[in-house]
Design a protein around this ligand. Structure first.
Ligand SMILES: [Zn+2]
Length: 434
């Protein structure tokens, strides 16, 4: 394969604190050379992508997604999920263990890794269960899972309800230096909850989930992290209260990291009224005030990263009455474009947005899979090229994901992934890129 020159782009590499015009040469699956300004590469025989007017950055890393295989292949498979992720600019995704069987043992983790190697088109990393069978009763074999290469532990979809069990998981986390990725929900308080609790839920006659259902478990697990010295990673943060709790915990030196999803950063509970089950997600879309707090948290680094929580479902599942439809939004293919709305409104800088999708998540998975999220010479050539100003209309008919469940279908968005390069290979390319 010929080397590939990506020339005259705006290179944004937050890990190296670079944001300047330049070119990259990819050879042998690595970043072989980087030139700044109009510098030309040493060799002459290569293919060229002209990135004039485009942004060139490290491939995106998603710490939280659901690929549904094994067990729920009607919703998504590793083959379709990785293609959808590539279309969204992702070169690494970490899949949650709430499959059937769940990823609570080495053999199932190996199955996902082997399937990803055979059928996937980007890097798939795995997250192991905290508890055996995700039952919340006894710890999974965390040591065997760590040895199998999981990047962290989570019973996502459910919290770890049992406080002593969470304590032991965090003790193990301190020992193995991998995060416990925490789905924070007091399920007694949220029982029957269909959306955010407030005037809109009351008006729709739907049972609501109060912010406190999230805040209570965030507070508990920050205390348990303080007690044990273990690393807690707060998944899909959605409330103003949780942001404030995490902010205070960080100031105190508690070992916590946190993520927020594109939908919680850009949409509110009002979407449920206009879009029905496609806006049904857990934790629920919250209020304007919560969204503001999340953006603030992202900007002051209380929230470390953006993760999609890509959660595909079949059309039949989402077509059910609201109370019966499952929670989740198919997020890979709209993530960047929806987040670019925040950049265009100047709520967050483009450099910080890219940081939250590249260098920052790379740091979290560094122990299990180091060296990602950078364009440094010699590193793996995972590269995303995007056009910040390209407008396009979301058409779920064109999704690679089996999950067409998004409230953004038909929306006009500004900002588009133009090409995704994984390990030096082009895994997605917009038709306008030659
Ligand atoms: Zn969750």
């Amino acid at each position: 394969m010929k080397p590939l020159l990506i020339q005259n782009g705006r290179i944004i590499d937050p890990g190296q604190k670079r944001d300047e015009p330049g070119s990259l040469l990819i050879a042998g699956g690595k970043i072989a050379w980087a030139g700044w300004g109009k510098e030309s590469p040493p060799e002459t025989d290569y293919d060229v992508i002209d990135a004039e007017g485009l942004v060139v950055c490290p491939g995106f890393i998603d710490l939280h997604c659901h690929l549904r295989q094994p067990g729920f292949e009607g919703r998504e498979t590793i083959a379709t999920g990785t293609r959808a992720a590539a279309r969204g600019g992702f070169t690494t995704v970490c899949c949650m263990p709430n499959t059937e069987p769940p990823l609570d043992n080495k053999a199932t983790v190996e199955f996902v890794k082997d399937t990803a190697a055979a059928e996937g088109i980007i890097r798939v990393l795995t997250i192991g269960c905290v508890s055996r069978g995700r039952m919340g009763e006894e710890l999974a074999e965390m040591g065997a899972l760590a040895a199998a290469g999981v990047i962290g532990f989570s019973d996502d979809g459910e919290p770890v309800k049992n406080s002593p069990l969470m304590r032991r998981a965090l003790e193990y986390s301190r020992y193995c230096k991998l995060p416990v990725i925490d789905h924070c929900e007091d399920t007694d308080l949220s029982r029957g909850g269909q959306m955010n609790e407030g005037e809109i839920s009351a008006g729709l006659g739907l049972q609501g989930t109060p912010n406190a259902a999230e805040d209570i478990i965030v507070a508990r697990d920050l205390l348990l992290s303080e007690l044990t010295g273990g690393w807690v990673h707060i998944a899909h943060t959605t409330t103003e209260g949780a942001v404030e709790l995490i902010r205070r915990a960080k100031a105190k030196g508690i070992q916590v990291t946190a993520e927020v999803t594109p939908h919680h950063l850009t949409l509110t509970e009002k979407m449920v009224k206009s879009h029905g089950t496609s806006a049904k997600v857990n934790p629920p879309l919250r209020t304007e005030q919560d969204v503001k707090a999340l953006i603030q948290g992202l900007n002051d680094n209380t929230i470390d990263i953006i993760a999609t929580d890509h959660a595909p479902h079949t059309e039949a599942e989402k077509r059910q009455p609201f109370e019966l439809a499952p929670f989740g939004i198919s997020g890979f293919e709209t993530a960047l474009a929806s987040l670019m709305g925040l950049v265009h409104r100047k709520d967050i800088s483009l450099v910080n947005l890219i940081n939250k999708l590249t260098a920052a998540p790379a740091k979290i998975i560094d122990k299990s899979c180091g060296g990602l999220g950078t364009l440094a010479t010699g590193s793996t050539a995972d590269v995303t090229i995007l056009d910040p100003n390209r407008e396009w209309t979301v058409d779920t008919g064109e999704f690679a994901s089996k999950g067409k469940n998004t409230p953004l279908d038909g929306d006009r968005l500004k900002g588009k992934v133009m090409a995704t390069i994984y390990g030096g290979n082009i895994v997605y390319k917009d038709e306008s890129i030659k």
